[in-house]
Design a protein around this ligand. Structure first.
Ligand SMILES: [Zn+2]
Length: 278
């Protein structure tokens, strides 16, 4: 028998986004998320907020939101908030204690601000090493995004060194979007399109139409699950927890998440806590 991953409701594909720094252009981006009903994770530096009441200086491209603006903006059903370190240093260049403080302080501050448990991370500048990964793990972070593109739709296995499908300014973006929507998954694991970037890049490059074109292609598709990063992590972790009988005629879902699996081409729903005959 061949088992492969399906997303919630038996969907074969999932789209997730990851945008960094908590900048003012995220406002316009979230309006687009609302228009297309797509979800995104936002990676925030809680030690680098703009002072309350500050106004973007003319010509400045990268402009961070204040604490109250962050709280108001990302407390939103289409958004997940994740850590990005407290003050955005190169984590791999920090002495160990400083690195620990950067991660823990950011997690603590964001949890306090939003009243939610925060478990995600994106590496500032994309840099990391094995020590940073270990600190994240011990700090309760379950996934961490790099800035590496793999140009594929594979499901992550090493969640603390997670690659991405691509960065939105890359010229292959729309071609990948077509491939993602038009391609056949067959009896393989479901596909994940993982897009990342900074929304100030749309201001810098004056190209908001790129992300609109991307959403035109990928949004509102019945075979695609639109999820935040942590929703993808939690779902895939539940899927990987399925327990099969020795001769493969039963499957048990020990988690609290309903899971879907494709077995020899047939879609099977395995509700939370239930055993299903295959
Ligand atoms: Zn950043």
């Amino acid at each position: 028998m061949k088992t492969s991953l399906l997303f919630p409701d038996g969907k074969e594909k999932a789209l997730t986004l990851s945008y960094d720094d908590g900048v003012d252009t995220d406002r316009q981006f979230i309006k687009l998320l609302e228009k297309y009903n797509v979800k995104s994770t936002f990676n925030i530096n809680a030690g680098s907020f703009s002072p309350e009441g500050s106004v973007r200086p003319e010509g400045q491209i990268h402009f961070r939101l204040s604490e109250s603006e962050v709280k108001a903006l990302y407390n939103h059903p289409l958004c997940e908030v994740a850590t990005h370190s407290f003050t955005h240093p190169w984590l791999d260049k920090q002495p160990t204690a400083q690195c620990m403080i950067e991660i823990i302080k950011d997690r603590q501050a964001l949890e306090k601000l939003f009243g939610k448990i925060v478990r995600g991370h994106a590496y500032p500048y994309g840099t990391y090493n094995d020590d940073v990964v270990e600190i994240l793990r011990k700090a309760g972070i379950v996934y961490a995004r790099t800035v590496e593109s793999h140009y594929s739709f594979k499901i992550p296995t090493d969640w603390l060194r997670m690659g991405t499908t691509c960065h939105h300014p890359e010229s292959c973006l729309l071609e990948l979007a077509d491939k993602f929507i038009d391609g056949e998954v067959g009896n393989n694991d479901g596909w994940l399109f993982y897009l990342w970037g900074h929304t100030y890049e749309f201001r810098m490059d004056n190209n908001w139409e790129v992300i609109e074109k991307f959403f035109e292609k990928t949004a509102r598709n019945d075979n695609v699950w639109y999820a935040t990063n942590i929703e993808v992590y939690d779902y895939v972790t539940a899927y990987r927890s399925l327990v099969y009988s020795a001769d493969g005629d039963m499957v048990y879902n020990p988690t609290s998440t309903d899971v879907w699996v494709k077995i020899d081409g047939k879609k099977i729903s395995v509700p939370a806590g239930k055993t299903v005959n295959i």
